[in-house]
Design a protein around this ligand. Structure first.
Ligand code: LLP
Length: 421
């Protein structure tokens, strides 16, 4: 559920009309709803509590790295799961306390590890033995003891898009679950490290509960074996991955997920942490765009809009489906159209043969469920400025990232002396 609804045939974000925002900030732009963010966070938190699981929720910042969005979630109690120094700095700027931040990722650099250890973050999830050695070295250099978890690859097929599945043994992530025991034992003996946890994340946009169950059972078995070997695991980080509906599908929700967590890992006496991204922000955001032209092609009608694949990469990259709706309903019978952007690639197509109310140049459309991996994956390809981001709360809205001016974009570059600078 979200708070983007029609009132008298006009689309609103909470109590603000989308058209009024478009008039102010221009198009395309991302629009987020505070009430939806809050709702999703609370539903997950309540589901975990009701299942008897006391869990820390660390928002996966990669899904939406806008500081205002991170802060909205942080004020509800969320921590942050970060995968780069940039994301760590964003979480800190949003006021997330270091003791609620966990650092994941397969290729953290020495500088990034140094910054994270010096900041005193809650946990670093180590994904390889070379990383373990580097982190131990960095922590010793800084005179710190850093709490770590070993990210385990449980070799479970998440049954999701191949580009976002992460928990099979042929994927680059984590340490083979059969090696995890030996690596944790080594971690235990390395200076500067406190090996307290096991982490896993098997993929994103999971639409079934069974893969979670399979992975959690492997984690449980590992923890039990480690305990028998005298290695006490205090923390479990279960990653993110719960899918959201993009086309009105009925999917397993936080309650089913929480029950599986409770049944598989609930009685190990470990502190549990989850890292949801899409679940919290996916349906809390839309991309608003204006129709530039309607072009009758030889075999189909193209609705050419002012948003493009650089603003929302998911359709081009994963063939992802995003529901497209008009901002003003006219009640006319829908027609079949292709909705495309201005970028010079055929891949810059948001929808093929989609049923849509007839539109005219100047009309506004929205792409729904764009709050996760939308703005955070955008680029300036074709030298198109990044789309601004707007946060709505009740009857208020604020531009929380402005569209950069062309002068600012050009000022980031400079000419070398031999080109006459
Ligand atoms: N934790 C780790 C270690 C992750 O790698 C990810 C996502 C998450 C948590 C959050 O997963 P979520 O709850 O959002 O599924 N760009 C793709 C998704 C990439 C996901 C990468 N990792 C997309 O647009 O579908």
């Amino acid at each position: 559920m979200n708070h983007f609804d029609y009132k008298d045939g006009q689309l609103f974000a909470e109590d603000v009309s989308i058209e009024s925002i478009a008039d102010r900030v221009g198009t395309p732009f991302y629009c987020y709803s505070t009430a939806t963010l809050e709702r999703h966070y609370k539903i997950l938190a309540e589901a975990l509590t009701d299942a008897g699981v006391e869990a820390a929720i660390c928002f996966a910042v990669k899904a939406n790295s806008n500081v205002a969005v991170i802060k909205t979630l942080a004020q509800l109690g969320a921590g942050a799961d970060v995968v780069s120094e940039g994301e760590l700095r964003r979480a800190l700027a949003a006021g997330v306390p270091p003791e609620r931040i966990v650092f994941s990722g397969v290729g953290k650099t020495r500088d990034e590890l140094r910054f994270a250890v010096a900041t005193g973050i809650h946990q670093i999830n180590v994904e390889s033995e070379p990383e373990l050695d580097m982190l131990s070295n960095v922590a010793v250099e800084l005179g710190r003891e850093q709490a770590i978890a070993i990210r385990v690859n449980p070799d479970v097929d998440a049954n999701t898009h191949e580009k976002i599945t992460t928990g099979r043994k042929e994927n680059k992530f984590g340490i083979e679950w059969t090696d995890a025991h030996q690596v944790l034992r080594r971690a235990h003996d390395l200076p500067g490290l406190k090996a307290v946890g096991v982490a896993c994340h098997i993929g994103s946009q999971l639409t079934e509960i069974q893969p979670f169950k399979d992975a959690f059972i492997r984690i449980r078995d590992l923890v039990v074996m480690l305990k028998a070997d005298g290695i006490a695991i205090e923390r479990l980080d279960l990653g993110g991955g719960l899918g959201v509906p993009y086309q009105g599908e009925i999917l397993p929700g936080p309650r089913e997920y929480a029950k599986v967590v409770a049944a598989t890992l609930g009685n190990l006496g470990c502190k549990i942490m989850v890292e949801p991204g899409r679940l919290l922000v996916g349906n809390a955001g839309i991309l608003v765009t204006r129709v530039i032209y309607v072009k009758e092609g030889a075999t189909r009608t193209f609705v050419i809009v002012d948003a493009a694949m650089n603003d929302l990469m998911r359709p081009a990259l994963y063939d992802a489906y995003h529901q497209i709706d008009p901002v003003k309903l006219t009640g006319e019978d829908p027609v079949l159209v292709d909705v495309v952007g201005p970028v010079c690639e055929t891949g810059d197509t948001f929808a093929k043969q989609r049923s849509l109310q007839p539109v005219n140049p100047g009309d506004l459309l929205v792409l729904r469920t764009a709050g996760a991996y939308g703005a955070s994956m955008s680029s300036m390809y074709n030298s198109r400025p990044l789309a601004p981001e707007v946060l709505v709360k009740g009857d208020q809205f604020a531009e929380v990232r402005a569209r950069p001016a062309y002068q600012e974009i050009l000022a980031m570059e400079s000419l070398p002396a031999w080109l006459g600078a």
